[in-house]
Design a protein around this ligand. Structure first.
Ligand code: ZN
Length: 159
């Protein structure tokens, strides 16, 4: 397990995500989180990512967590997603899992990306059922200003 300095984490993530962070003007802070489950949180009101100190033990985990939260910042600031809207927030969640946490297939743990996303979402229920998530996955594509949310966010930034 590689140790890392919290203040250096942004420099360690993929360049494209560093760019998004600059573009959205999102602040990254470290602090204690109320739950041991939480690794990171995006606060759309403050446009701030809080990384939970103590819970992000490895550099690999912390990088994934930060990039996941950056997807939320991108959806909120660049695509105009309303993160208080259950559907839009869930779509952003599905996208973040799809791009980051469930981005690499084949995997040792999950048979499909869909299974991975469903499993991850079930850890952090937002009051939506599995059936709703499955139907959302197809509907999420067009929720944000008519843009395809499942597109690679990096392509979108170049356009
Ligand atoms: Zn998330």
């Amino acid at each position: 397990m590689r140790s890392f300095k919290q203040e250096d984490l942004v420099d360690q993530i993929d360049k494209e995500y560093q760019q998004i962070l600059k573009q959205t003007g999102t602040k990254v802070i470290w602090g204690k989180c109320s739950s041991d489950y939480h690794l990171g949180l995006y606060n759309s009101f403050l446009n701030e990512i809080k990384m939970c100190s103590g819970n992000n033990r490895s550099l690999y985990t912390a990088k994934s967590v930060l990039m996941h939260e950056i997807v939320h910042a991108h959806d909120h600031i660049i695509l105009g997603a309303n993160m208080r809207d259950k559907i839009q927030a869930s779509c952003s969640e599905i996208k973040a899992y799809g791009l980051i946490d469930c981005g690499k297939f084949p995997s040792r743990i999950y048979d499909s990306q869909e299974e991975c996303i469903l499993t991850k979402l079930s850890f952090f229920p937002r009051g939506i059922t599995k059936e709703q998530v499955l139907s959302l996955m197809s509907k999420c594509n067009s929720y944000a200003r008519g843009k395809d949310i499942t597109d690679n966010i990096l392509i979108k930034l170049q356009s």
